[in-house]
Design a protein around this ligand. Sequence first.
Ligand SMILES: [Zn+2]
Ligand SMILES: [Zn+2]
Length: 182
Amino acid sequence: MEILAYADRAVDLVNTDLPGTGDDRLCSEQDVLRLLPSTWTISRAAAESGLRELRAVRPRLRHVFEQAAAGQERDAVLAVNRLLGDFPASLSISDHDDDGWHMHLADADTGPACRYVTGAALGLAYTIAERGPRRLGVCDAGRCRAVFVDTTTNASRRYCSDRCATRANVAAYRARKRAAVS
Ligand SMILES: [Zn+2]
Ligand SMILES: [Zn+2]
């Protein structure tokens, strides 16, 4: 897995809670299992403590996206550096389960939440260092506030999804029409 792609873990975790919708999709051990990579085998106790830990770190990850999207680059970087400090990578190479040689970013015995967030923090750090903080975005459509990593060639993405882009375009069209009539 390419290290930049680990930033998707941060996106997936933050987007389990969208402000304004009242819809929180990280409330049970089932939700934890849905979020974590399907290849991970997790005990019930680990899922339980994982739920607490993931919910606790979620606002810190959102903060990175909010600051980056607002042009507060230094604040975004500071927040990432704190995450890197709290979830330090412990690199090793493994070929368990006939998987071929691949990198592990954290010790398996640190627990699933810690492993997950270690990857997320590294992904954000690499995204900022290699592509710039402006690649971390927050959806502009209404009250959506979902976060995303902008991988467009000209860094022009404003919405989390096609659905939000369409919704925003329709709203803008109606506003223009109203303005033209009055
Ligand atoms: Zn592995
Ligand atoms: Zn959106």
